[in-house]
Ligand binder design. Structure first.
Ligand code: AGP
Length: 610
């Protein structure tokens, strides 16, 4: 997720206007930033790795004035953070510049075609293909050149383009990435999100997929990609600036929980090929022969990422039939590593900077094990030190508690497990196709769960007063139980334990009474009857029970105090659909207890020390 802004109008302090707009979008990405402005007959670009304030400092030495320009704050997806990979990107003639938010899936083919026609690329980004296409398609009209070019793109994009040939025009276009226009008096704006323009105007046009826009100081015209003019309703925004940064959500945590249908789509994007199967080889860069010969996999991670690792274990063992050990990094790093056999180490780390996980990776490499990192932050230490990388593409997560990045980790692990199974001929194409098709359904399943937020909020109100909880599950249900307990602890400061339901009778059931509620992961599956028995044991001791169960399960409703229903999916995917209601449940309890859910006490977003 990146932030783009654009301006054309009567003011010539373009640097300040663009930088100010970018600062309002910094939550969308902050590994590099840049601007491009139209001055006389040329495009002037200033961009660099680092925060927007670093760019601002560099620009303070510049004294160019201009009334038209574009800006970008980056969250790298393709091409690690660096000056040259920063946006804006220019064409061979330096007469066009583009900024982009999204992922161009077919950028490799387009780049090969363009290079074969003599174009010279400067960066490693997917974005740069766009500006060379525009250069090639320009025949005197910038809008037409953009319309011809975007039709060749596959994937997601929100772009803004300027040209030295039309120094008062900015052209934008959107497909699967947000783009809005701000309408002023004698000036107009484009941006990824409303906060960037709110200081100047509250009159907003929201572009839809397949729409382009041409703005000049006195006009703003919207077209479809075939060049047909479109009438758009002008919205009057009433949000204040802070609410706008959270897209109207009260907290970043809630916004990020509700982003999950889109972030899951982004994790899947470009990884299920035209033939319907998965090919990760160009990303993972660990040889297929190595993967085919694997005898064991060790997953190292901490916290929520460790629980995602448990999901990965279940999926890899089910699909690829390779034994998987999941290790807490802070434990793994102090144990002798058994350097025998063909082993792959997978490091799951959202930040890519967790000290214990980095040390575990280095230990693995030292004994010659290949390391695959699954980070969210492009260019992070884990990404740079691993032999192969599979990014989660969930965009920056501002809330300290992991929500969207965990479900993105699960999807990345499902993709990898199916890819491994295919490589090792452990799964027939029919069965693989069935699981891949269900992967594509996950975003809409999460949307269905999010639509039930009011019921989950009501349960939070009912249970917010308790001081202890157990979260219980079996097999595929256990990782979500662990994660639900962690979320409750870190968001509400209520004591909670995740536990294998089958272990209750070995001690923990002594805790149960009417003041000690239990949350069960009780979705349809092989161990459902066992879970029912565990619930009955708890009920017999007056324990309150909330069950997370499968739509249509009326039987469980008779047994427990409350049910949170989730749509049916394959058992191996249930961790993803069951963790989402628990994220909401803990969020709402945190709000009821008037806690800072975005920055819980004592916690940091990334634990870069032991
Ligand atoms: C998540 O809610 C926690 N804040 C924390 O456990 C986190 O998952 C853990 O610190 C691992 O972080 P990483 O994924 O960046 O390595």
């Amino acid at each position: 997720m990146c932030g783009i802004v654009a301006y054309t109008g009567k003011k010539d302090n373009i640097k300040e206007i663009l930088i100010e707009g970018l600062k309002k979008l910094e939550y969308r990405g902050y590994d590099s930033a840049g601007i491009a402005v139209c001055t006389d007959t040329q495009i002037k670009v200033s961009k660099k790795k680092g925060f927007i304030k670093d760019l601002e400092k560099e620009l303070s030495q510049e004294n160019f004035r201009s009334t038209t320009g574009i800006g970008h704050t980056r969250w790298a997806t393709h091409g690690e953070p660096s000056d040259i990979n920063s946006h804006p990107h220019t064409d061979c003639t330096e007469k066009f510049a583009v900024v982009h938010n999204g992922i161009i899936e077919n950028y490799k083919e387009l780049r090969e075609e363009l290079e074969s026609r003599g174009h010279v690329f400067k960066s490693k980004t997917d974005t740069e293909v766009i500006v060379h296409l525009i250069e090639e398609n320009f025949d005197g009209d910038l809008l037409n050149a953009v319309l011809k070019s975007v039709k060749k793109l596959k994937g997601s994009f929100a772009i803004a383009v300027v040209s030295a040939y039309e120094p008062e025009t900015v052209v934008g276009a959107r497909q699967d990435s947000p783009l809005i226009a701000g309408l002023g008096e004698g000036e107009n704006f484009l941006a990824s999100d409303i906060p960037a323009v709110l200081k100047h105007t509250r009159k907003i046009l929201v572009l839809e997929d397949g729409e382009a826009i041409k703005i000049t100081p006195g006009s703003a015209e919207v077209y479809d990609f075939d060049g047909r003019l479109r009438h758009k309703e002008v919205l009057q925004v009433t949000w204040d600036a802070e609410a706008a940064e959270k897209s109207g959500y009260e907290d970043f945590m809630l916004k990020e929980i509700f982003e999950q249908p889109d972030t899951i789509r982004n994790t899947l994007r470009g990884r299920i090929k035209q033939d319907g199967f998965i090919d990760l080889s160009s990303e993972i860069k660990i040889g297929k022969n190595i993967l085919k010969k694997l005898e064991r996999i060790i997953i190292v991670a901490c916290g929520t990422s460790y629980y995602a690792g448990l999901v990965g274990k279940n999926a890899i063992e089910l699909f690829a039939q390779i034994p998987v050990e999941v290790e807490i990094s802070s434990e793994f790093r102090y144990r002798p590593i058994l350097a025998e056999g063909n082993v792959l180490v997978i490091a799951i780390t959202q930040s890519g900077e967790t000290a214990d996980t980095l040390v575990s990776m280095r230990m693995a490499k030292k004994v010659g094990f290949p390391v695959l990192a699954i980070p969210n932050v492009v260019g992070s230490t884990a990404a740079r030190e691993a032999d192969g990388v599979l990014y989660t593409h969930a965009g920056p997560e501002i809330g300290v508690a992991a929500t969207k990045t965990m479900t993105a980790q699960m999807v990345a692990l499902y993709l990898f497990a199916l890819y491994l199974a295919q490589l090792r001929n452990r799964i027939g194409s029919e069965r693989e196709k069935k699981f891949i098709d269900e992967l594509k359904r996950l975003p809409e399943l999460v949307e269905m769960i999010l639509s039930r937020k009011e019921h989950i909020k009501a349960l939070a109100e009912k249970y917010a007063g308790f001081d202890n909880f157990l979260f219980l599950g079996r097999t595929h249900g256990l990782p979500a139980a662990y994660e639900g307990a962690l979320k409750l602890k870190e968001i509400t400061y209520i004591h909670a334990e995740g536990y294998p339901a089958g272990e209750m009778k070995h001690g923990p059931i002594a805790l149960i009474d009417e003041n000690f509620p239990s949350v069960f992961i009780a979705t349809a599956g092989e161990v459902y009857e066992k879970i029912i028995s565990n619930i009955e044991e708890i009920k017999a001791r007056k324990g309150k029970v909330i069950a997370v169960a499968t739509d249509g399960d009326t039987r469980i409703k008779e047994l427990v105090d409350d049910v949170i229903y989730v749509p049916w999916t394959f058992e191996v995917y249930t961790p993803l659909v069951t963790v989402v209601p628990l994220q909401l449940f803990t969020y709402y309890i945190g709000k009821i207890r008037n806690l800072n859910v975005d920055q819980p006490r004592n916690l940091a977003k990334s634990v870069t020390v032991e």
